[in-house]
Write a protein that binds this ligand. Structure first.
Ligand code: NAD
Length: 471
């Protein structure tokens, strides 16, 4: 395997974990391989009249379940190896959090900043047309979502293009997730990945035995955190961690990093960057680093890489001071760096679990699109009436009256957002302890990533066996 290959890294994590399973070699090979790799090029006309040819990919890693699912990355660094790696991670991620999809990923090789909005729309619509032509998109086939460089706007262009090409298709809106609320999206999707990352860190820090081993007190409150990347995932992770009582001491972006041991206000930094285009001159920063990588090496308890892959490598892992790395991005730690970090006692919360909140809520969005009804619509009022009857009865029987505020709290039926957040939290909490239990149970499994892979491989293997391909 190529030394600098991201897909190679994923395969090497897979191979390491596979030794702790009992599946035949052929089945393991099938699980590991990318089933379909579609590489295509298409022309677009630029605003200045010139024609440019765009490179793009869609990879469906595993069809053990349908549809396949995974985001679309817009980046000039995107390449086939990276899309294959990200598609493979999606397979394992879905298995870990029990989301019934196979893994997929897409990539469009562009620097989004170099194009106007109209050009980006043209590229996205043309990309979608190519997927439709080759049957690489559809609510029962392959369902894209946002990733690095893309968001709700791009997802709405994809949904509209798909629907235009499939007029009258009843489930057309389930062809993509991460859509705006007004276009059949779901409450809570935008912040889901970051919320999930924060819950993952909270769960990790709730285990007394593990925290004692790291020399940290139990719980997230007061813990010092550095976050790399202030995009969708990084911003929301930092925001939720701060709400949980963590102190965000460092923030790193492309232009550099800032640090303040007393804490940085995430909203203030975010607003400052929006206005000034950089975090470096943020007035309340105590230290500033033009080399963004230096930001990762500052003193903290938890490091959250939430930008891109290959950020913690054999070269800088020795300088990382955090005791916990929470992989909000996909593939931020190379295998060499991961083994050095866990070898010296640190905990890595692996990407395939840590950032699975996004696909979990995407699954809820897809279900909503297929059922054509918002969560809570049918039962919210019924629940409220039932609660009200119960409260009235208890008050009558006990003679104790609730205040108006207490009454509202007890009676209130769940909204879509509350149901989504509850499903997300339950998924993240259960999955963390499932992975940790594998780590504790299987001799030789020394880290959470290996445990997560073992669990995922077992689940995908069972699906293949149920398909009847393996006796
Ligand atoms: P995004 O485009 O919204 O944000 C990425 C941010 O990282 C940008 O602000 C960018 O300027 C910054 N960045 C880029 N290179 C950097 C560097 N070297 N140092 C510091 N900052 C840098 O992307 P996103 O959706 O937040 O995705 C981030 C990561 O999370 C990716 O690895 C992605 O695959 C993963 N992820 C995203 C989702 C999701 O729901 N969006 C779900 C799962 C995983």
């Amino acid at each position: 395997m190529n030394e600098n290959s991201f897909f190679g890294d994923v395969c090497s994590f897979f191979d390491h974990a596979a030794q702790f399973t009992k599946h035949p070699a052929g089945l393991l090979d099938q699980i590991k391989a990318c089933n379909s790799v579609y590489r295509f090029r298409f022309p677009i006309r630029r605003n200045n009249g010139s024609v440019e040819v765009i490179d793009a990919w869609r990879v469906e890693h595993s069809h053990h379940m349908s549809p396949t699912k995974g985001g679309i990355r817009y980046s000039e660094m995107v390449n086939e190896d990276e899309v294959m790696a990200l598609a493979a991670l999606m397979t394992y991620k879905c298995a870990i959090v029990n989301v019934p999809f196979g893994g997929a990923k897409g990539g469009i090789k562009i620097n989004t900043k170099a194009y106007s909005i109209a050009e980006l729309e043209n590229i996205t619509r043309r990309f979608t047309v190519e997927l439709v032509k080759k049957n690489f998109i559809g609510p029962a086939i392959d369902v894209p979502a946002p990733d690095y460089g893309s968001g709700e706007r791009e997802m709405s262009w994809i949904a509209d293009t798909y629907y235009t090409m499939n007029p009258g298709a009843l489930d057309a809106m389930g062809c993509v997730t991460g859509k705006p609320i007004a276009l059949h999206g779901i409450q809570g999707r935008r912040e889901a990945t970051g919320r999930g990352v924060a819950i993952a860190i909270r769960e990790c820090m709730s285990v007394t035995e593990d925290m004692e081993r790291l020399g940290l007190s139990v719980g997230i409150s007061g813990k010092r955190v550095i976050v790399q990347g202030l995009g969708n995932v990084g911003y929301h992770t930092a925001k939720f961690l701060a709400e949980m009582g963590a102190v965000i001491v460092g923030l790193c972006e492309v232009e550099g990093a800032i640090y303040n041991e007393s804490g940085l206000d995430v909203e203030e930094v975010f607003a400052f960057r929006k206005e000034n285009g950089s975090i470096l001159d943020f007035p309340k920063a105590k230290q500033r680093f033009k080399d963004s990588g230096e930001g990762l090496e500052q003193d903290c308890d938890v490091l959250v890489p939430a930008a891109l892959e290959n950020q913690i490598t054999a070269d800088n892992v020795g300088a990382i001071k955090a005791r916990i790395i929470a992989e909000a991005a996909n593939g931020p730690t190379t295998p060499e760096a991961a083994s050095a970090f866990t070898g010296r006692g640190g905990i890595i919360i692996p990407d395939m679990y840590c950032n699975a909140g996004g696909v979990t809520v995407s699954y809820f969005e897809w279900l909503k699109n297929l059922s054509h009804v918002a969560f809570g619509r049918m039962d919210k009022r019924y629940e409220e009436n039932a609660n009200l009857t119960l409260v009235n009865m208890v008050e009558q029987m006990t003679g104790v009256s609730l205040t108006q505020e207490q009454r509202t709290q007890v009676v209130k039926g769940a909204s879509e957002l509350e149901l989504v957040n509850s499903g997300l939290e339950d998924t993240m909490v259960r999955s963390y302890h499932e992975i940790r239990e594998i780590k504790q149970r299987i001799e030789g499994v020394k880290d959470l990533r290996t445990a997560a892979f073992v669990g995922a491989i077992d689940k995908v293997a069972v699906s293949y066996m149920n398909l009847g391909i393996w006796p």
